[in-house]
Design a protein around this ligand. Sequence first.
Ligand SMILES: Cc1ncc(COP(=O)(O)O)c(C=O)c1O
Length: 318
Amino acid sequence: MLKNENNLFWFVPTPIDISRKLSKELSINLLIKRDDLFFQTGGGSKSRKILYILQKAYNEGYNAIVTAGSSQSNHVRATALFAAKLGWKSTMIIHDKKPNGSFEGNLKIVSLTGSEIQFVDKDEVKDAMDHAMLDFKQRGYKPLYIWGGGHCLEGSYAYFDAFRELKEQLGNLNPEYIVLASGTGTTQAGLEIGVRHFSPKCKVLGVSISRTEKKGKEAIIGSMHTLNDFLQNLIELPNDIFFDDRWIGDGYEATYPEMLETIHWAAKTEGLILDPTYTGKAFYALKKYTETGVIPKGAIVVFWHTGGLLNLLSSKEI
Ligand SMILES: Cc1ncc(COP(=O)(O)O)c(C=O)c1O
């Protein structure tokens, strides 16, 4: 008998890892929130977000999905896996060239699920998604249109709830800093509201993986407004947040030697596995913050591990 019959999935909190060796090296108290182990193959923040999106869709009678992303999109992989679990049809619009030879990483998993994959140019994404939606409707389905990256209210609500989960796990221990990789900003927006409500002295340090400071902050603050409206003005919204674009290198999926060295170092020091697209950049920034005093010595820091194992395994850079 399931715990809660109205819930699609049996929800299990992700573990918190105490990182003793890296704590010593960085002169802080480092905890790792292991969302990379979220209960789905490949795990990560995108799995947590899509679960909330699909729970709502299920309650509203949807039975098919159309979404989009790059070949190594964690969002697309997480969506395809849960769609297969639910027995829903899904179409994935991939704005990349079809790889020569066999598929790797996230794309390999997506193709295993039987989801329909269409490769298009970036400027064709909208038309392709509209077309896939129409096609499902004509075949009698009720398809859900999900923005790339799972950027929506349910996505940021998932991370408001995730901070509550962390708080419950930590009990009287109060984190002082949360460091995470920030892309569309949905994850950061949810954490910002959760932190401000449950742990107001804590600071969220969002590390951009591709966006400029201006664009990133606009997106996050926009999502915070939407979530806070939904939560009936739970918090007083800030005018500014921390979103740091100094560690993006040449942009999305671009790597640079210091970041790759940090990935090797974290793995050798304590078996912490990071990836070159997301968490490697965030952890490199964390290291720099401890060296430059942005994070003071002895601080209690939670590194929110948002996943990325399949990005590591499909990378040619490391
Ligand atoms: C592993 C991983 N970490 C972080 C992010 C960034 O999350 P968000 O788009 O919510 O900012 C992503 C987004 O693709 C991701 O896949």
